[in-house]
Write a new protein. Structure first.
Length: 115
C-alpha cells in the first residue's frame, strides 16, 4: 500500500518562499508522472504542477507559472515543490499524487501566506 507524506508547509509572509517535499513509501515513484495539488475550504482540489517520470517534462497551472518549480529525486522516492514569490492566494493544503491522481491521498501540508 503506497503512502504519501507531504511536509515543508508553514506560515510565511507574502513574497516569501517555501519548499515542499513529498516522500512516497510502499511503491516506487519511478516511471510515474507525479503532481502537486492544492485545496482550500469549500473548493475542489486543483492541479498545481506535474513532472514526468524522468523529470524532463513539467507542467504548471497558470496561477503558479514562473514562481513554482517542481522536481523529483527518484533515488529518494521524493517529489519537491519550490515555491517563491508566494501570494495570499497560494494559501491552501498541498498534496502530491500521481498525475492523474490514482494513489491514496496523504494528509497534505498546510501553507499559509500572510499579506
Amino acid at each position: 500500500q503506497v503512502q504519501l507524506l507531504e511536509s515543508g508547509g508553514g506560515l510565511v509572509q507574502a513574497g516569501g518562499s517555501l519548499r515542499l517535499s513529498c516522500a512516497a513509501s510502499g511503491r516506487t515513484i519511478r516511471g510515474y508522472t507525479m503532481g502537486w495539488y492544492r485545496q482550500t475550504p469549500g473548493k475542489e482540489r486543483e492541479f498545481v504542477a506535474s513532472i514526468s517520470g524522468g523529470g524532463g517534462v513539467v507542467y504548471y497551472a497558470d496561477s503558479v507559472k514562473g514562481r513554482f518549480t517542481i522536481s523529483r529525486d527518484n533515488a529518494k522516492n521524493t517529489v519537491y515543490l519550490q515555491m517563491n514569490s508566494l501570494k495570499s492566494a497560494d494559501t491552501a493544503i498541498y498534496y502530491c499524487n500521481t498525475r492523474p491522481a490514482n494513489w491514496a491521498w496523504g494528509q497534505g501540508t498546510q501553507v499559509t501566506v500572510s499579506s
